[in-house]
Design a protein around this ligand. Sequence first.
Ligand code: NDP
Ligand code: 8X3
Length: 247
Amino acid sequence: MGTLDHKTALVSGASSGIGEAIARALAAEGARLILVARRERELQRVAADLPGAIALALDVRDASKLVSALAPHAVDIAVANAGLARGLEPLHSGDPADWAEMIDTNVKGLLHVVRAVAPGMIERKRGDIVLIGSVAGRQAYPGGNVYCATKAAVKSLYESMRLDFFDKGIRVSTVDPGMVKTDFSDVRFRGDRERAAKVYAGVDFLTPADIADIVRFVVTRPRNVNIGEVVVWSKDQASATQVARRG
Ligand code: NDP
Ligand code: 8X3
C-alpha cells in the first residue's frame, strides 16, 4: 500500500531530470502518473517503468491542446515542473527569441498546466499543486536576467494561487532548488556539453532524486498540513553566486 494509492498525479517536464525523478517517486507511492513533455520517445521510456502511466507528448505552451488532453482525467496532484533556460548573456546582448521561449514555457506554460487542472480540483474540493521554482527566482545572478525573472514570477504566482485556492481544498506549494545536475545546462548552452559540465565541476550538487524526495514528502503530508515554500540548496552553494568548488 502506498500513501498515494488511487491518486492521479500529473508531472510536466517528466521526460528527464527533476520531472522524471518526481514521476518515479510519486509512482513509488502508488500514484497513477500522467507524464507531459514534448519528446515522446523519452516519455515512453519513463512510462514503460511506471505501471498504468499515461504519456502525453505535449508542449505546455499550447494551452488548448493541454486542456483537451487532460479533460478526461481527474488530476489529484499536479507538479508544474516543465521549464528551461536559454543563454547566459547580459540583457544588452540577449536574444529576444530566447526570452520569449523562457517566458512562454516557464511562466505561461506553468499557468496553462494549472488552468487545465484547477477547475476539476475545485469541483472535487481537493487537490495539490506543486510548482518547481528556483533559487534563481529569489536571487538574480549575472546573465540570469530573464530566466531569473521567470522564476520570480513563479514565486509571485505561487502566492497568488494560495489566495485563489486556499478556501477550495487545494494545497499550493513551491519547491525552489539550487544547482541540480540535469540536462538543464546542456539545454541552456544548446548542447555545449563542455560549458555545461563546468557549471557542476567540483560541486557536491543536488540530484533530481533529492528534489523528488521533497516533492513526495510535500504531497504525502496529512491534509491539514500545507508545506508552502521549500528552498533547497546543495551544501556547497551559499547563494545564487557563491559556490564552493573542489579540485
Ligand atoms: P531538464 O532539461 O532535465 O528537464 C526539463 C523538462 O522540461 C524536460 O522534461 C523537458 O521535456 C520539459 N520541457 C521543456 N520545455 C517544455 C515545453 N515547452 N513543453 C513541455 N515540456 C517542456 O532540466 P531540469 O530537470 O533541471 O528542469 C526542470 C525544472 O527545474 C525547470 O523548471 C527548471 O527551471 C527547474 N530548476 C532546475 C534547476 C537545476 O539546477 N537543474 C534548479 C532549479 C530549478 P521536453 O524537452 O521533452 O519537452
Ligand atoms: C536553476 C538553478 O542557479 O542554475 O534554476 O539558475 S540556476
